[in-house]
Ligand binder design. Structure first.
Ligand SMILES: Cc1ncc(COP(=O)(O)O)c(C=O)c1O
Length: 378
């Protein structure tokens, strides 16, 4: 596998692509190329070239995720996208927003704040693990839906537990009930299939700087055409770059976010080109094999049952495995201090979890080193 395509530090075993996914060199170079173009002639770049270049990059990304360029905008990351959704969601007092206990901490905070501001109620469904069937996810979510539920917010791939949620099915059921869906999808891109038009969700928030390996600071927000007219930017500027008129398309409000560095967005097509040149299925097979290796070896070490069945439908290139109870922070520090291994150790729902990620630069010996470190430290 092309480890040499990355500039990773040789003294570190990097098993945390899920949090922060480094870009291969070709993508870094492409970002620098755009940045140098800006510096060479800023006026020309911002006023004559940027809009067309952004539209082209948006089109390439939209094709990759199965929708039209008119349905998505670049944002810095999934956090930014989720804030736009929260800002745009016209919640009324007494409305309910439904999350679940596998959601990302910052997403909880965004909706706690928005619900507080609007006098709405945040409801958190509990989805106990281990899971056996898709109904183990679907039932607790829909059991928590009431006539006041306006929106269900859920991850396509969860952060603490690394579980692939049955996204199409949750969206379909919610549609039947007339409830909006906002999918938090930063881990799903490349790890699993993202075909936005088929999901029929209302909103999809993503970070391109995770599994797609786009530059840091590149994400997107997809908005279904039925919701586009209500979407508000969280930062108001001119709308379009030049001339700064507001043509009647929702995404025009988001083109110009003030004077800033747009190179991470513009280099995103290069990341798509990179992963497609390797092959998505090559990536998935390689990374899943390593996640599966971690699953087998860590389960053997701890004797603790994994959170999901051993199936590609449930986990992809990242896996979260229960460890014996204990101090997560202390273990995380020891793995780094003594072994120079980057891997999240997470306290979640009374469990201590280890969450290794695998990308093209990861090899079987990296997983062996993690398991050996855990064996000594536990
Ligand atoms: C499920 C989930 N949502 C949102 C985020 C936030 O992503 P970002 O920091 O790229 O905005 C993360 C980050 O790991 C995540 O795992």
């Amino acid at each position: 596998m092309p480890h040499s395509a990355w500039d990773l530090r040789p003294d570190v075993i990097y098993l945390n692509h899920g949090s922060f996914g480094p870009s291969p060199r070709v993508v870094i170079e492409e970002r620098c190329r755009w940045y140098r173009e800006l510096e060479a002639e800023p006026m020309d770049f911002y006023t004559r070239r940027l809009e067309a270049a952004l539209a082209e990059a948006r089109g390439a990304l939209a094709k990759f995720v199965g929708t039209s360029g008119d349905n998505l905008i670049f944002v810095d990351n999934a956090t930014w996208a989720m804030n736009v959704v929260a800002e745009s969601c016209d919640l009324q007092p007494g409305d309910e927003v439904l999350l679940n206990d596998h959601e990302y901490g910052a997403v909880h905070r965004i909706w706690e704040r928005r619900c507080r501001e609007r006098g709405a109620k945040l409801v958190v469904a509990k989805i106990p693990t281990p899971l056996q069937t898709v109904d183990d996810v679907i039932e607790p979510i829909f059991a928590a839906v009431t006539p006041r539920t306006r929106l269900i917010v859920f991850s396509h791939v969860t952060s603490p537990t690394a579980i692939i949620f049955p996204t199409a099915e949750i969206c379909r059921r919610a549609r039947e009930l007339g409830v909006m869906t906002c999918v938090d999808g930063p881990h799903a891109l490349v790890m699993t299939d993202v075909q936005l038009d088929q999901f029929d969700c209302d909103y999809y928030c993503a970070s391109n700087h995770k599994w797609l390996c786009a530059p840091f600071g590149s994400g997107f927000l997809y908005v279904h055409p039925r919701r586009q007219s209500g979407v508000q930017p969280v930062v108001t500027s001119w709308g379009r770059s030049y001339p700064p008129d507001l043509a009647p398309a929702w995404h025009n409000e988001f083109t110009w976010g003030g004077t800033r560095d747009y190179s991470a967005y513009l280099a995103t097509p290069k990341a798509i080109e990179f992963i497609e040149s390797v092959g998505i299925s090559t990536f998935r097979e390689h990374a899943h094999r390593l996640a599966r290796q971690a699953r087998e070896q860590i389960t053997r070490l701890t004797g603790r049952e994994p959170l999901v069945p051993d199936d590609l439908a449930w986990y992809g290139s990242m896996i979260s495995l229960p460890l014996p109870r204990g101090d997560a922070l202390e273990l995380h520090k020891a793995i780094w201090d003594r072994y120079r291994i980057e891997v999240p150790i997470i306290d979640w729902g009374g469990q201590r979890l280890v969450r290794p990620s695998a990308h093209l630069y990861t090899c079987s010996a990296d997983i062996d080193r993690l398991v050996a470190a855990l064996q000594t430290l536990l």
